[in-house]
Write a new protein. Structure first.
Length: 132
């Protein structure tokens, strides 16, 4: 069915990977701007845009681009303002789904899962704030 929809060439795959790479740059910009200001956000956006991962690997049939998109998406979900109640639970569930999908795509997802668990445990013990 996918061959019927996209054809037999690699161009659709490369376009999809380039789209995920551009969305990853957006996540990096949002996190940089949110935590360090507009200038740092723009610098982070530039760094993400010229990073070889987004330039070279978008043309290779390897799921690391989509995995990086999921990793930055999870970090953006957990690194934002702290909503209360149902929104907080929804963000945690979405982050868990992102970690699970990233873990299925490549080994960096397992590192993300470990990081998220340790971050949640240490954040609770330090008394800084509640888990988002």
């Amino acid at each position: 069915a996918s061959y019927k929809m996209f054809g037999y060439g690699l161009t659709p795959l490369r376009l999809i990977q380039a789209t995920f790479g551009a969305a990853t740059c957006l996540f990096v910009w949002v996190l940089g701007r949110r935590h360090f200001g507009i200038r740092a956000g723009l610098l982070a956006l530039f760094g993400a845009a010229v990073f070889p991962l987004h330039l070279v690997l978008a043309g290779i049939e390897y799921p690391i681009v989509i995995g990086m998109f999921l990793i930055w998406g999870v970090l953006m979900l957990l690194g934002g303002e702290r909503p209360e109640g149902a929104r907080s639970s929804t963000r945690l569930v979405m982050a868990g789904i992102g970690v699970a999908l990233a873990s299925m795509l490549f080994e960096g997802g397992w590192v993300l899962g470990l990081f998220v668990v340790l971050w949640m445990l240490l954040r609770n013990e330090s008394g800084l704030s509640e888990v988002p």
